[in-house]
Design a protein around this ligand. Structure first.
Ligand code: EPU
Length: 431
């Protein structure tokens, strides 16, 4: 078992390159099974969720090659694939995309209910509603989702909640359905557009991705293609927040600046200087941040996946900030960890009220989930003294070479073996 050890206080300085988007990657990889030829996917982040997905496909009988530089080639030769292995499916959320893909490919899918970060109840009723509207029969038995359709037929589907997963899963099922499917109240996240572009590169007919109405006209066949995954909005945002939190000056390369607008707006409000140009953004910060209020919303609103790092940043702002989480009802577990470091935060329902303190002090803390882990890194970089972050397997699910990237910016951070005498007691790490 490893942990991250950070000695805080160094302003981050220099250049960093963002990897491919995790939440696009984990949709594009299974979607590649829909093609009849070979598919090359470039700019994939080399993170656990990507390896796990490749492992699942491999166990199902798909031949694939992964290069260290983030290119996966899928050889779509095999006709009949085995069922996805449930032990791996349970390891992360995006395994639910196999439902849409296998339903489109074979008219039948059996996939274990997915896992993922514990950030609130994560139903898939909207995915099922979509599949059923297209003519599938879906039931859940002993944790297994079974979907079957004689023939998938295009349908008009209104999503009751704006759901990234349901929007993508319905697109995946619809690309080879008979007729046209219309998804209303669709999610508009950048990775929805990336998945639609990928499907179109394989010969699909998807229009409107990036707006709240997506139209998918089914086609008979999809062919192989080469696709480059978009840069990760959330990784870029994490570095932007880290630069601001440490009073640093960081140039972040390989970004789509438009995707970062909600983060840029909030950091400027807090006092950051931001310069953007084409595919880079530079964030610098010279003084104590001002308190700001943040409300998470579906894109183009402030992303829930950056709420936790933003909470860490605002814990030393001047004044009182209120963070309202509207997407996940249980995404404040990192708050108790921040409090160990001296933050003054009160959670009231869906809001966290942050009374900014002068500084944080290093402590032993837990990465409670993926982005909660990112929040602990931000806090550790800002804090006086040493911070030990445990349970970093959460962080490795979504951030590529995380400590290497921070080291490149001058952070004092290292990954070390957890000492034998370290133990957990009621979630408090004691030595
Ligand atoms: N929801 C339903 N029914 C559904 C689906 C969703 O009620 O059938 C609700 C959820 O409970 C939630 C809201 O709708 O309140 C939004 O959920 P969504 O389906 O958009 O989330 P998701 O697809 O499960 C993806 C990302 C998350 C990110 C959310 C929101 C992936 C693999 N995961 O999850 O990313 O927080 O969208 O943007 O794409 C992360 O990367 O750390 C992460 C958690």
């Amino acid at each position: 078992m490893k942990k991250l050890v950070i000695k805080g206080g160094n302003p981050l300085k220099g250049k960093i390159r963002v990897s491919g988007a995790k939440n696009a990657a984990v949709a594009v990889i299974p979607a590649a099974l829909l093609a009849e030829g070979d598919v090359i996917i470039e700019n994939l982040p080399m993170i656990k969720d990507v390896y796990n997905y490749c492992h699942i496909l491999n166990k199902m009988g798909v031949n694939l090659e992964i290069s260290e530089t983030g290119t996966v080639t899928l050889f779509n030769g095999k006709k009949n694939l085995s069922e996805p292995p449930c032990d791996l499916v349970k390891k992360f959320r995006a395994s639910y995309y196999l439902l849409g893909v296998l339903l489109a490919k074979y008219g039948e899918a059996q996939v274990t209910l997915p896992g993922g970060c514990d950030i609130g109840s994560r139903p898939i009723d909207q995915h099922i509603k979509g599949f059923e509207a297209m003519g599938a029969h879906v039931e859940i038995e002993h944790g297994l989702v079974k979907a079957k359709a004689e023939k998938l037929v295009g349908a008009q589907i209104y999503l009751d909640v704006v759901s990234v997963g349901a929007t993508i899963n319905i697109m995946l099922a619809a690309v080879r359905a008979q007729g046209t499917t219309v998804i209303e109240n669709a999610a508009k996240e950048p990775h929805i557009v990336d998945v639609a572009n990928f499907l179109n590169a394989m010969g699909a007919n998807v229009k409107g991705a990036g707006t709240d109405v997506i139209k998918i006209r089914g086609v008979d066949k999809l062919h192989g293609c080469t696709h480059t995954v978009i840069p990760d909005q959330i990784e870029a945002g994490t570095f932007m927040i880290s630069a601001a939190a440490t009073g640093g000056d960081v140039l972040i390369e390989n970004v789509i600046t438009k995707h970062l607008d909600p983060i840029t707006a909030k950091l400027i409000e807090a006092g950051a200087q931001i310069e953007e140009n084409g595919d880079y953004i530079r964030v610098s910060f010279k003084r104590r941040p001002k308190a700001v209020n943040v409300k998470t919303l579906p894109y183009p609103g402030f992303p829930t996946d950056l709420q936790q790092p933003m909470t860490a940043f605002l814990s030393t702002a001047e004044g009182t900030s209120i963070i309202t989480e509207t997407i996940w009802e249980n995404r404040f577990k990192h708050v108790d960890e921040l409090k160990r470091m001296g933050a003054k935060i009160k959670v009231e329902g869906r809001s966290a009220v942050i009374e900014g303190v002068e500084s944080l002090s290093g402590a032993s803390v837990q990465a409670t989930d993926l982005r909660g882990g990112a929040a602990m890194i931000v806090a550790g970089l800002m804090a006086e003294g040493r911070t030990d972050i445990y349970d970093i397997y959460h962080i490795d699910r979504g951030y590529q070479y995380i400590e290497e990237k921070y080291k490149q910016l001058g952070a004092n951070i290292s990954r070390v073996e957890v000492e034998k005498e370290t133990y957990y007691l009621d979630k408090v790490v004691c030595k």
